[in-house]
Ligand binder design. Structure first.
Ligand code: FAD
Length: 414
């Protein structure tokens, strides 16, 4: 396509960046579309990276779509040349190779970066964090020979990797500084349950203790924790991530643990610039204040919303947040947003493997966490998206699945 228009420039070729450009073309936008990506790979999905050991020498097939998808839609992907500066006055970005790229609309979809493990020895061979495809291949290779694996951080990625390592026969210990696993992410009731399930599968869990040092002659041999020494030939850590918002900050855009955006995901400083996915902090009707979410659902829905807005159909961002994590034979799913003060009720199902925790705020259902109960998760998503609230009395003795069916029947009758 030849055009004098500057068009849309997307910085970051991940889940959210991909969603922006597919929505733009899907909604009929016919100007130039350029994705500037620092990684050398086609846009790919990150969730599979922590859910199995990737040992394939040719890489992992996690591309979101084949390269032809972009070619056929006249979307220009410039891979392996990240953006280093943003000039909002000149409406231009500059890449690492010095190329200046003008924009009419700019979308920041730069994701997040892992926190580094701040202990002596973290630089030794055999100590890894997981974010990228290349990290996953390195860890996958290491898992083929590792016997003693220490996972630092009992969050989603740490627990997924702990199960992957245990399934390969390694002796696995998870070391978590907080008193509980997934301490902020799921309700205390589910934390206990998950801990028991992980321990039953042979993973050792140490909570309330930190890693003080990693030791070895050039490569990791042991991990020093507050509770003693653990032998280790592989250490994987997942201790959280921070938004990659430095481009925005250096360009003078408002940033506060993420690029600050309005309900249509436009920078509150410059409406020609949007931010989506892990790097954006935004208002949300389900949140108490601004939130920054790290999930596929959020990245995908935000990207699509911005793509459609630029193509001419603006709307506020209201998608219900949902999330999943596969930890061995446990599928954890979360719908909605829970806060620490919400009241949580746990309801076992007809089988011990399935469980749901329902979070109520002022007697209104706001979030549902399920273990191995996808039908209840889907019902939760349907009901939480509706205007009609679910209160605790609605749930007395029933599942959300039954409630959703009853409401549908009532709708058909009226
Ligand atoms: C191992 C792992 C497992 C996960 N599992 C789950 C899961 O089970 N369920 C779930 O819902 N979510 C999961 N997530 C989270 C989910 O993958 C992210 O929330 C999602 O990828 C966010 O999309 P994004 O586009 O904002 O960021 P990303 O997908 O991270 O993409 C951002 C891209 O921008 C690039 N970039 C950054 N700065 C620049 C620059 N200056 N110039 C050019 N490019 C740049 C980055 O290198 C990256 O390629 C997981 C994440 C990880 C790391």
């Amino acid at each position: 396509m030849t055009s004098a228009r500057a068009g849309v420039v997307v910085v970051g070729g991940g889940q959210a960046g991909h969603s922006v450009v597919s929505a733009l073309r899907g909604a009929g936008y016919d100007g130039p579309v350029i994705v500037l990506a620092d990684e050398p790979h086609l846009p790919y999905q990150r969730p599979p990276l922590s859910k199995k050991a990737h040992t394939e020498p040719d890489g992992i097939r996690v591309d979101l779509v084949p390269e032809s998808f972009y070619r056929e839609r006249d979307i220009e992907l410039r891979l392996g040349d990240g953006v280093t500066a943003l000039d909002t006055a000149a409406r231009t970005v500059v890449t690492g190779t010095g190329t200046r790229v003008p924009y009419e609309h700019l979308v920041l979809a730069t994701g997040a970066r892992n926190h580094q493990l701040p202990v002596p020895g973290a630089e030794l061979d055999g100590v890894h964090a997981l974010r990228s495809l290349d990290d996953a291949l390195t860890i996958g290779q290491a898992l083929t020979t590792a016997r003693d694996v220490v996972v630092v951080g009992g969050g989603f990625i740490g627990l997924e990797l702990a199960q992957v390592a245990a399934a390969r026969g390694a002796d696995v210990t998870v070391v978590e500084l907080a008193d509980r696993l997934l301490s902020r992410a799921v309700s205390p009731q589910l934390q206990e349950h998950l801990r028991a399930r992980h321990e039953r599968s042979g993973v050792r869990i140490l909570t309330g203790t930190g890693v003080q040092a990693i030791e070895g002659a050039g490569r990791v041999e042991r991990v020093v924790t507050g509770r003693g020494m653990l032998p280790a030939d592989l250490v994987v850590y997942g201790i959280g991530a921070a938004p990659r918002d430095e481009l925005a900050r250096d360009a003078g855009l408002a940033v506060d643990d993420g690029v600050l955006v309005d309900e249509q995901l436009r920078s509150i400083t410059d409406p020609r610039i949007s931010a989506v996915g892990d790097c954006a902090r935004h208002p949300h009707p389900h949140a108490d204040g601004l939130v920054r979410l790290e999930s596929v659902q959020n990245a995908t829905d935000q990207g699509a919303l911005v793509g459609r807005r630029i193509a001419g159909s603006p709307a506020p961002y209201r998608s219900l947040p949902w999330f999943w994590s596969d930890q061995g034979d446990i599928r954890l799913q979360i719908a909605g947003l829970r806060t620490a003060t919400d009241e949580v009720r746990v309801v076992p199902s007809d089988t011990p493997e399935k469980l749901a925790a329902y979070a109520f705020r002022d007697d209104r259902l706001v979030a549902v966490e399920t273990l191995n109960w996808p039908a209840e998760h889907l019902a939760a998503r349907r009901l939480l998206e509706q205007e009609t609230p679910v209160c605790s009395a609605d749930l007395a003795g029933a599942t959300l699945g039954a409630l959703a069916r009853a409401r549908r029947k009532a709708e058909v009758r009226t």
